[in-house]
Design a protein around this ligand. Sequence first.
Ligand SMILES: Nc1nc2c(c(=O)[nH]1)N[C@@H](CN(C=O)c1ccc(C(=O)N[C@@H](CCC(=O)O)C(=O)O)cc1)CN2
Ligand code: GAR
Length: 207
Amino acid sequence: MTEKDLAPTRLGFLASHGGSGARAIAAACVAGELDAVPVALASNNSGSAALAWARAEGLATAHLSSARFPDAEALDAAILDFLQQHGVEVLILSGYMKALGPQTLAAYAGRVLNIHPSRLPRHGGPGLYGDRVHAAVLAAGDAESGATVHQVTAGIDEGPVLAQSRVPVLPGDTVETLRARVQATEGPLYVQAVQALLHSLQRPGTP
Ligand SMILES: Nc1nc2c(c(=O)[nH]1)N[C@@H](CN(C=O)c1ccc(C(=O)N[C@@H](CCC(=O)O)C(=O)O)cc1)CN2
Ligand SMILES: NCC(=O)N[C@@H]1O[C@H](COP(=O)([O-])[O-])[C@@H](O)[C@H]1O
């Protein structure tokens, strides 16, 4: 058992807006629920609340967007360089609205998680993000919805599902009321999924 094995796992985040998932996971680290430490957050929006929160928390931060790196390969390389520079071991997508590139996916294979606000495979894929997902659930007349944490692979929302929540869709629901009911499940669900991933990484082969 090396010193690194005993050290808490270093977490990195990508977020486009509020970073609610990152905040819930960071709080669970402080509370001792997760044997991990948040170390870095990058956003494609320089004015995002997630970036302001990460700066205030003392995390390493970066604004990495297609505006700064018009070439997708260069943006992917910049994201990977930022994460490796800060020794990130597990990457958490927290309301990140851009496709993650092949270099970062290859370097972090099996160690990248995303949360999506529906019960995948329903209402997932390109073009389905944020309130568009809740609108799709309502338009389809689904009786239930929820959130999904999955491993991230090249295809959008196609990675293996690790955990799901379930909430009812109620008569008279709007995008706002459904979003609030689903988002109330996301923090605990994401913490539970990260816990399971850390366990599998820290003690491979144990149930
Ligand atoms: N390689 C992967 N990258 C990402 C995945 C993934 O599964 N594999 N998940 C997404 C998150 N996501 C759904 O959970 C998602 C995010 C964004 C989009 C989308 O269509 N985005 C629009 C742009 C939206 C914007 O700029 O605000 C687009 O790309 O045109 C769909 C699903 C994160 N990355
Ligand atoms: N496809 C990804 C996606 O739609 N993610 C969803 O966006 C919201 C982000 O909120 P936040 O910016 O306040 O964390 C969250 O509800 C998350 O499930």
